[in-house]
Design a protein around this ligand. Structure first.
Ligand code: USQ
Length: 399
C-alpha cells in the first residue's frame, strides 16, 4: 500500500494513476486545497479536470483498479493521519501535500502565513505520525531545485550534499555539509525548512527519506492521463500557478505576448510531467535502506534560459515576445548546471524539449483556449512593496 498525500494535484494525480497501473495499491489523501484556491483566484485549470470522485470512478471503469480517497487536511488533522497510517500500514508515503506556487506565497501576509503554516505543519505531521506509528515507512517528498538558489556559483550543483575544505588548527580537512539553502520565495523557504526536518527525523528516528529536488515541470499529460478525457491532468496558466514554459505555450495560442520577466536572462531547471512521475516511481522502487542518510536527488533533465525558451516558442508559433517588469526579486541573469546522476543511474530516460511533446502541449492549449480567462495571465503578486504590476510589457524597447 502506498499513501499519496496531495494525490489530486498536478503531480499527485498522474503519480496515483501510474502507481495504480503498475500494481500498487494506492490511497489518496487530499483536502482539495488547490481546487479551493482556484475559487479564490477566480481562475480554473485550462483543461476541464473532473472532480476527484469522477476521476477515480473513470479509472475503475477503464481498468478495474481501485484508488481509495480520503478528504482531510494533514497539516491540521494529525490523529486522522496517524489512524489511517496505522490502518493501511503503507510501505511508502509520497508527500506532495504542500502549497507549491512561489507567486501565490508572496501575494500578501495572509498567503505567506498560509504557505508556511500549511507546508511546514504538513511535513511535521507526516514525520511525527511515521515515528508514532512504529512502522518502517519510506517517505518520498517532492522538494525543489529552488532550494539551492540560482546564483552563479560556477560549478555543477551536487545532489544535496557539498564537500568543503575547512581549516582546522592549520590543517586542511574535507568535510561534507548539506548544500546551503538559498530560497527565493516564501514557498521555496518552506521546502528548505522541510530539509532540516528530514535531517533531524532521519538522524534521530532513522526515518528513511528521499527528497526529490524537482525543477519546473512542463507538459500536462502522461501515458495514463491520456487514456481518457475524464483522467485529464491540470493545466495552470494564471500569473500565480502557471509555470513559465506551459504559460508561454498557452499564451502563444490565445494571442497574448509571451510574458518574459525582466530580461529573461534567468536560467532554470526543467522536467516533463511524464519524467516527473517516472522519477517518483523510481524512488519508490529503490528505497534507501535503514541507516542511510536522507537521500537527495535532483529531479530535473535540462536547464534553459527563459529568453531562449521564449524565442524557441515564438519561432514555432509566431507569438510576439513581451518583456515585463519582473514582479520577483531574483538575479537578472544566471547560469545553472545540476548533477542528476542519482535518477539517471536508477534508469530515468530524459524527455527533452525536442522530443515533440511541445506540440502536444500546444494542441491542448489550442483545444481549450475558450476556457482561458485572459486577464488572469498577468502576474499580480509582487515580491516587495517597491514593485509595480506591469500590465503592458515592452516590445522592442517600447511600452
Ligand atoms: N517567468 C517569466 N515569465 C512568466 C513566468 C515566470 O519570465 O510568465 C520566470 C520567473 O521570473 C522565474 C522563472 O521564469 O525566473 C521560473 O518561474 P516559474 O513560475 O515557472 O517557476 P517557479 O516560481 O520557480 O516555481 C515552479 C513551481 C515550483 C517548483 C519550482 C522549481 O511552481 O513548485 O518548486 O518551479 S524551481 O524553479 O527550480 O524552483
Amino acid at each position: 500500500m502506498i499513501l499519496i498525500l496531495g494525490g489530486d494535484g498536478f503531480v499527485g494525480w498522474p503519480t496515483a494513476l501510474r502507481l495504480s497501473r503498475f500494481g500498487y495499491d494506492v490511497a489518496i489523501i487530499d483536502n482539495l486545497s488547490r481546487r479551493i484556491i482556484d475559487i479564490e483566484l477566480e481562475c480554473d485549470s485550462l483543461t476541464p479536470i473532473q472532480s476527484i470522485g469522477k476521476r477515480i470512478e473513470a479509472w475503475k471503469n477503464i481498468n478495474g483498479k481501485k484508488i481509495s480517497y480520503h478528504n482531510f487536511d494533514i497539516s491540521d488533522n494529525y490523529h486522522r493521519l496517524l489512524t489511517l497510517i496505522k490502518e493501511y500500514e503503507p510501505h511508502t508515503i509520497i508527500h506532495l501535500a504542500e502549497q507549491r506556487a512561489a507567486p501565490y506565497s508572496m501575494k500578501s501576509s495572509y498567503h505567506k502565513r498560509y504557505t508556511i503554516q500549511n507546508n511546514t505543519m504538513a511535513t511535521n505531521n507526516v514525520l511525527c505520525a511515521i515515528v508514532e506509528s512504529g512502522l518502517d515507512i519510506h517517505l518520498v517528498h517532492l522538494g525543489t531545485t529552488g532550494y539551492y538558489g540560482y546564483s552563479d556559483v560556477g560549478m555543477t550543483i551536487p545532489e544535496g550534499y557539498l564537500p568543503v575544505k575547512v581549516d582546522i588548527d592549520g590543517e586542511t580537512k574535507e568535510i561534507e555539509i548539506m548544500y546551503p539553502p538559498n530560497p527565493g520565495s516564501i514557498y521555496h523557504m518552506t521546502k528548505c525548512q522541510d530539509a532540516i526536518s528530514f535531517l533531524y527525523f532521519n538522524k534521530n528516528d532513522g526515518v528513511r527519506i528521499t527528497d526529490l529536488h524537482q525543477g519546473i515541470v512542463w507538459g500536462t499529460q502522461t501515458e495514463e492521463t491520456r487514456i481518457d478525457e475524464r483522467l485529464i491532468n491540470r493545466f495552470d496558466y494564471d500569473g500565480d500557478y502557471g509555470t513559465v514554459l506551459n504559460r508561454f505555450l498557452m499564451q502563444s495560442q490565445v494571442n497574448h505576448p509571451l510574458t518574459v520577466y525582466g530580461t529573461g536572462g534567468q536560467t532554470r531547471a526543467f522536467i516533463h510531467i511524464q519524467n516527473s512521475v517516472e522519477c517518483i516511481e523510481l524512488a519508490v522502487k529503490n528505497p534507501p535502506v535503514k541507516g542511510d542518510r536522507v537521500r537527495i536527488f535532483n529531479q530535473t533533465t535540462e536547464c534553459f534560459n527563459i529568453n531562449d525558451i521564449a524565442k524557441k516558442i515564438s519561432k514555432i508559433t509566431g507569438a510576439k515576445i513581451g518583456y515585463y517588469d519582473n514582479p520577483r526579486n531574483e538575479d537578472l541573469k544566471n547560469d545553472l548546471k545540476f548533477s542528476n546522476y542519482g535518477l539517471l543511474n536508477l534508469g530515468l530516460k530524459p524527455i527533452t524539449l525536442d522530443n515533440g511533446l511541445l506540440e502536444e502541449v500546444i494542441k491542448i492549449a489550442k483545444k481549450y483556449e475558450n476556457r482561458c480567462i485572459k486577464d488572469k495571465i498577468i502576474c499580480t503578486s509582487i515580491w516587495d512593496r517597491n514593485k509595480k504590476i506591469d500590465y503592458k510589457g515592452n516590445y522592442d524597447g517600447k511600452k
